[in-house]
Design a protein around this ligand. Sequence first.
Ligand code: GRF
Length: 219
Amino acid sequence: MSCRIVVLISGSGTNLQALIDNLAVPDSPARIVGVISNKADAYGLQRAGAAGIPFDTLNHRDFIDRESFDRALQQQIDAFQPDLVLLAGFMRILTPGFVTHYRGRLLNIHPSLLPKHKGLQTHQRALDAGDAEHGATVHFVTEELDGGPLILQGRVQITPGQEAASLAAEVQQLEYRLYPLAARWFAAGRLQLNDDRACFDGNPIPPSGLRLEDLESGI
Ligand code: GRF
């Protein structure tokens, strides 16, 4: 049976598009059954519509506090009966109750080599820090913002004089490979969160995550 995925977005949804394209193939192990945005004007909703995927919005401004929004969001997500929930540019801090409910089946993609540069403006911060490399990370979501066990990282070298926009563009291209791969692994039953450790094929993943370049070079 194919893995049912719900994707949460707030914006342009280019990662959502990469997931749609990657999973819309014969014999796909997973399918996106719903997309939810906290912003009604998120372009990603049009992407969902164009792909024939049911979508919904839930405006956080309609709720008095974070807890009540997250409870309503949880109900909306669970109506899709997902096996996996993917945060793809979902610009909300999630409550412990929400995160606990989806423990082990909630992933995020973050545009940095975590644990470096949690939060926003990651490309400029990598440049300002004089980092030699930068990248993106897929991780399990836990209560700590951008802090859950790492699954997979891809990296790019920073070139002298590089600007944030060009670095961001390179990292985005990486993201479009990383997230569908991790989603497929999950769908195939290859990824688990055991206690606080991410596991791949039953083996603990190193704290720094698996490296895309190692996988591609067959190491
Ligand atoms: C991506 O850079 C992702 O890493 C971060 O938010 C951005 C979403 O972009 N979490 P998009 O909406 O998928 O284009």
